[in-house]
Design a protein around this ligand. Structure first.
Ligand code: GLA
Length: 666
């Protein structure tokens, strides 16, 4: 049985933190959970202070009662390891666990996550707790999954304390072996930064001016790995004690400090938390990018939406609600992108504490509320389509995304501070989404051989090895679209020999002589439409110019390279132009939308498995839409699952359709 169908269907539920309430409320909770179709809850995320009120004095009685009640109610538990936030006594006894900022400020307890990831004391106490927890709950019937930590690096992703400095030096020693290799990698001959011993190296603490960028980049890598080491420490214990219980953690969407690609293969299921802003009209597109990345990071396997808000969050300046229908629509969107579980933060809205204005599945007003009714209706709907669990998404187009490049691109002293990796990825993902094309978001080292088109948004940092893979992909007949300021530096932020595009020069059939960043708000006219942000002075070395600025400077080029083609976009065209550029690249690559002719604002996605193909249609607009289907499908959300050739979707509506997979038809 795969991990994702151990629930017998899609997972539905949320963080269950009953500690905030008198014990009596739990009887009502399990009744309401049944009413809402809840089958999976995350328990104990912030339970450390309760289960270990004094050093080593474990008391699991509170959670025993909760686990027993959930088991009796048939609800599976994703049991947290409770290490996300240390209890106050630990910081009092060992203030050295507290994290320190770049400028030397010690962060105090009183919020959450107040620990230095490199702290041996924190790691030791966390490991002891996890041992005790695993031993205590290993045979509990409610235990279904382990939820390790919580949103690693959400508040404290880098620590600059002396312990971190020691750990960073160890890490550097392992990476470089001798100090001369580090000096060469960091270009320390500039600004008199040459080191004669690893002992002289510090984290990039606040300095008179820009810190060494390679040092900053390595510190980001180190910090990511320090957090990951905390995860791995716990995972190793859990895998030893409960080898059959899958482990996961919940990543934040678009979270710069944590390189999901470097963590994903260390867990059984990728969990993602997603809080799209209801006030931003393109929220669902940005969410789609995060979902496709979560799936792509784990070989296309189904992933879990571990947290989303039932309605509003409380941590933006202005916190918009999810208007009627939006929570359902966005939940189904996660499933359309391959999720096998839809969970929320949190079950019951807090009555006190920092998040009391964050929505809950059961709002302050109780179950007789719009939010609870919508939650319960969705629970019933998901329970009616268990066959979706474990099915997979497959696409013909890949977009590349890389944390190393993200980290390096957004360091100080670049030609323009307007280049932000996620925004730039969205400039490419957005037109594909609008054109109805399904996308896998992958790291640059991924196997690209099955893709018809590979899109490379500004991958500023591209190693020789990864550039070589892209060139091989094209040589073998692949189609590549690359955007400006790609392949500028190597893995240590050193400019490639000969400048941009370094090892991609032959494949692109051009070189970049000078970057021409735009002034704030400056736009450049194109034959039709405009561009902004950036231009490049390009020397053509074999590529054809498909689109030029009025002065003849290339805006889009195309180069035939062996059996494939490479397009290069030297600027940021407006959305209409970018969509046309993308459409042309798709057409040449023979890549199709999921459902050709889909009305504007609609999304279609296919999941397949068990001999069936599921077509999910999502209406992201506030108008009704009619969709003619290319085949007859069973309408799974309609009573009696009728066969249909056309569906009408109301504003923000969803349709889930199924037919036998074409390959299995006689
Ligand atoms: C994160 C955390 C939760 C909660 C939510 C609120 O996702 O994991 O504990 O704070 O944010 O949106």
């Amino acid at each position: 049985m795969s991990f994702t169908d151990r629930l017998g269907g899609l997972g539905f539920g949320g963080d269950y933190n009953p500690e905030q309430w008198p014990d009596e409320i739990r009887a009502e909770d399990v009744l309401l959970m049944a009413e809402a179709g809840v089958n999976l809850v995350t328990v104990g995320v912030f339970g450390w202070a309760r289960v270990e009120p004094a050093p080593g004095a474990y008391d699991f009685s509170y959670f025993d009662a909760v686990m027993d009640e959930l088991a009796a109610a048939g609800v599976t538990v994703d049991l947290a390891t409770m290490t996300a936030s240390p209890p106050p006594w630990l910081a009092t006894e060992h203030p050295e666990i507290l994290p320190v900022t770049e400028s030397g400020t010690v962060l105090s307890p009183g919020g959450r996550q107040h620990y230095c990831p490199s702290s041996p004391v924190y790691r030791d106490r966390a490991a002891r707790l996890v041992e005790a927890l695993a031993a205590h709950y290993q045979a509990h019937p409610a235990l279904g999954f382990w939820h390790i930590g919580n949103e690693y690096g959400c508040h404290v992703s880098e620590c600059f304390c002396d312990e971190s400095a020691r750990d960073f030096r160890r890490w550097l020693h392992t990476r470089y072996g001798d100090i001369e290799r580090l000096n060469a990698a960091w270009c320390t001959d500039f600004w008199s930064q040459r080191y004669t011993s690893f002992d002289q190296i510090l984290p990039p603490r606040l300095a008179p001016t820009y810190a060494n960028p390679a040092q900053q980049l390595d510190f980001k890598r180190f910090s990511n790995e320090a957090l990951r080491a905390c995860f791995e420490l716990e995972a190793a214990i859990l895998r030893r004690v409960t080898p059959d219980v899958p482990v996961l953690t919940n990543f934040l969407a678009h979270h710069k400090p944590v390189d999901l690609h470097s963590w994903a293969d260390r867990m059984d299921i990728v969990g993602l938390d997603s809080y799209p802003d209801p006030f931003w009209p393109r929220s669902h597109v940005a969410a789609g990018l995060a979902y496709d990345l979560a799936r792509g990071a784990h070989g296309g396997d189904p992933w879990y939406l571990v947290e989303q808000a039932p309605s509003a969050v409380n941590w933006r300046g202005r916190n918009g609600i999810k208007e009627p229908g939006r929570m359902r629509l966005w939940s189904w969107q996660a499933i359309a992108h391959g999720a096998d579980a839809v969970l929320y933060f949190q079950w019951r809205q807090s009555r006190g504490g920092a998040e009391k204005f964050h929505s809950g599945m059961v709002p302050h007003g109780g179950a007789d509320t719009r939010v609870f009714r919508e939650v319960a209706a969705l629970g019933a709907e998901l329970a009616a389509v268990p066959e979706l669990a474990g099915t997979r998404v497959a696409n013909e187009v890949a977009v590349l995304f890389d944390w190393n490049s993200w980290w390096a691109l957004e360091l100080d002293s670049r030609p323009s501070d307007g280049l932000k990796a996620v925004d730039r990825a969205l400039d490419h993902y957005g037109p594909l989404f609008d054109l109805g094309v399904g996308v896998d978001v992958l790291p640059p080292g991924a196997d690209l051989s099955g893709y018809k088109l590979v899109v490379v948004p500004n991958l500023y940092l591209l190693t020789e090895e990864h550039a070589g893979r892209l060139a091989d992909y094209v040589s073998a007949g692949g189609h590549l679209l690359v955007s400006f300021f790609t392949s500028v530096v190597d893995g240590n932020d050193r400019v490639h020999h000969g400048g941009c595009p370094g090892p991609l020069r032959e494949a692109l059939g051009l070189r970049v002589e000078e970057y021409l960043p735009a002034a704030e708000g400056e736009t450049f006219p194109l034959a039709e439409g405009t561009a902004d942000l950036w231009r490049e002075d390009v020397r053509i070395e074999g590529a054809d110019v498909l689109l030029a600025f009025p002065d003849g400077t290339p805006a889009v080029t195309r180069n035939r390279f062996a059996a494939g083609t490479v397009r290069y976009v030297t600027t940021r065209p407006d959305e209409t132009v970018m969509r046309a550029v993308m459409a042309e690249a798709l057409a040449e690559a023979g890549a199709e939308p999921v459902l050709p002719g889909l009305p504007d604002g609609m999304q279609a996605a296919v999941r397949s498995g068990g001999g069936r193909e599921f077509l999910l249609l999502l209406n992201h607009t506030t108008q009704a839409r009619t969709v003619d289907l290319p085949h007859r499908f069973h309408h799974l959300l309609a009573p009696g699952r009728p066969e249909v050739e056309q569906v009408i979707l109301h504003p923000r509506d969803v349709a889930v359709l199924a037919r036998h997979s074409p390959s299995e038809e006689t």
